[in-house]
Design a protein around this ligand. Structure first.
Ligand code: N0T
Length: 537
């Protein structure tokens, strides 16, 4: 009876984000959870479109679906709300044992107002657009529009109220994205009289504290005085983040789900420089996460939307968004074959979630951002990876929260990478045959099938002093002593191939030995889970 009550109490616990020692966990039903996610296409937020979404989500083995809820669909007429799509969505998710992350497409969707209801879209006197330096309205709604904020907030609060009513016990919906890829393309900020007045005000103390100036300016004062050439971008960022905060805060007051924002990236490799139309000003780009933390404390996470596959850029982006005050969460990543390998890097780094975009059999391909394919072949490369993580997702999430996990994705240079472990070091190499060392087979020119482009990845959890869980594909891993084991010869005690079940029990299928371990542990196309124990002598 006590156990039954205990699990009921856990199930009733609200999802929330927790941070300890600079690491993060998304708690779902009282325990760390990793979103092995999939995002639907932008127009699949209708009941009739859902079958093609669910089919792809199932092929992906995803445990979480990210899908829009549009302001235009829940409040087509001001003050009249329709939650029929939300009801069906939640119901169908439960039937499939899939959790939901709802994307609130409100005032800003990829910066524009495309998803606001018609009564908002064309009423610029009540819902002002931003204006340029000549006072001409531009496409983007102004974050200084107090009526717009009121109306968006009201709709969002209605949505949260409804979710609490239909889902306040089960928590099928585990997280909310507030707006989508906010900011403004082509314009640094609003130049309306209201904005001009605000721009001349002093930078709020919370911002001063959390956002340092890239180039030293005044310690306090106006945006211009403190942030110099970055002032317009930072000011606009503050305006948008404050607007989002009002919405998130009001929504959480009725139903306290974790909330996040997503970001259309600025380049994380090129040196930081003032905005010059090269990204959306005002969005949660890596350089202004501090402003979001200061202005929007009800937003837990700022996550990168990754649509540039270059491995150095992905690595730099993951580094910049993974901070003691910001959990690593990739709410969108391209769905072409260059991207699945990054699941190993994100899950290995302790990310709380990863979601390819466009996991949906709608008749739409967002090539060249993503895959040309719109069928199972597009989903399968993610599905095979999720397939091995899903049974042990809860353990992995716990290990990640304890700082035991690491991960690498094959670089575009195909070069080996090392992973520093506690008293061990692992080297991961790519395009190796399963037998032998490349140096003895220099006359062999060909490479393993399916490795023509980089797609290897390995994630490792150190679950004991000498024990590891290793998941990989298209890669070789070798261990050697480091730290207190440095210089000691070592050998495998066991290399068991198998699976953890959802109760954390390990089932071994076979023990690798002989050719299967003599030249490192070699993962081929099919992702495999190994439980490895080493010893020194
Ligand atoms: C994303 C998606 C959807 C290297 C694009 C990406 C989604 C939104 N926007 O399919 O629209 O709702 O969040 C913007 C990518 C910018 C181009 C990067 C070129």
């Amino acid at each position: 009876v006590a156990a039954a009550c205990g699990s009921a109490a856990l199930a009733a616990e609200l999802p929330r984000l927790v941070t300890k020692d600079g690491r993060h966990a998304l708690m779902v039903d009282g325990a760390p959870y990793v979103m092995l996610g999939a995002q639907a296409h932008n127009s699949s937020n209708y009941v009739a479109a859902l079958p093609k979404v669910w089919a792809a989500v199932a092929d992906a083995n995803a445990n979480t679906l990210e899908i829009p809820v549009a302001w235009e669909q829940i409040e087509p007429v001001e003050g009249r709300f329709d939650f029929s799509y939300v009801d069906t969505l939640v119901q169908q998710a439960r039937e499939r044992n899939v959790r939901l992350v709802l994307l609130w497409f409100g005032t800003w969707k990829n910066t524009g107002p495309s998803y606001v209801p018609e009564w908002v879209k064309f009423n610029n006197s009540r819902f002002p657009r931003m204006v340029d330096k000549d006072g001409k309205p531009i496409y983007c709604l102004s974050p200084h529009g107090t009526e717009t904020l009121k109306a968006d907030r009201k709709a969002f609060v209605e949505l949260m109220t409804h979710l609490k009513k239909i889902d306040g016990e089960q928590h099928t919906v585990i997280m909310m994205q507030v707006q989508n890829e906010v900011g403004t393309y082509g314009y640094a900020r609003d130049y309306s009289p209201t904005a001009q007045k605000a721009f001349a005000q002093a930078v709020p103390a919370a911002v001063l504290k959390q956002q340092k100036a890239p180039v030293k300016g005044a310690a306090s004062g106006t945006w211009q005085q403190v942030y110099g050439d970055y002032a317009e971008q930072y000011f606009h960022t503050y305006a948008i983040a404050s607007y989002i905060e009002e919405i998130a805060k009001a929504g959480r007051a009725v139903y306290d789900l974790p909330m996040f924002v997503n970001n259309a990236l600025r380049d994380a490799v090129e040196p930081l420089a003032p905005w010059k139309k090269n990204f959306a000003s005002g969005g949660p780009t890596y350089d202004v996460i501090g402003i979001y933390k200061a202005a929007a404390p009800h937003i837990d996470v700022a996550g990168p939307d990754i649509y540039e596959p270059a491995s150095n850029k992905v690595a730099a982006t993951l580094d910049k968004f993974h901070r003691p005050d910001n959990a690593l969460f990739v709410p969108e990543i391209g769905n072409s074959t260059a991207y699945p390998r990054y699941a190993f890097a994100v899950l290995g780094r302790g990310g709380i979630g990863f979601a390819p975009f466009g996991i949906d059999y709608a008749d739409y391909s967002n090539f060249p951002l993503g895959s040309k394919a719109t069928d199972r072949s597009m989903v399968a490369p993610f599905g095979t990876i999720y397939n091995v993580f899903r049974p042990m997702m809860r353990q992995w999430a716990q290990w990640a929260f304890e700082g035991r996990t690491h991960g690498v994705a094959e670089g575009d240079d195909r070069a080996p990478q090392t992973i520093a472990l506690r008293n061990w070091k692992a080297t991961v190499s790519f395009r190796e045959w399963q037998f032998g060392e490349a140096q003895y087979f220099k006359h062999i020119q060909d490479k393993p099938a399916g490795t023509e482009s980089p797609n290897g990845g390995v994630a490792v959890a150190q679950i004991g002093d000498n024990e590891f869980v290793v998941v990989g594909q298209h890669a070789r891993i070798k261990f050697e002593g480091a730290g207190s084991n440095a210089g000691k010869p070592s050998a495998y005690a066991r290399v068991e191939e198998g699976q953890f079940d959802d109760k954390g029990r390990w089932t071994m299928e076979r023990n690798w030995n002989g050719d299967q371990t003599d030249y490192g542990l070699n993962f081929m196309a099919r992702p495999t889970v190994l439980r490895v124990r080493l010893g020194t002598y």
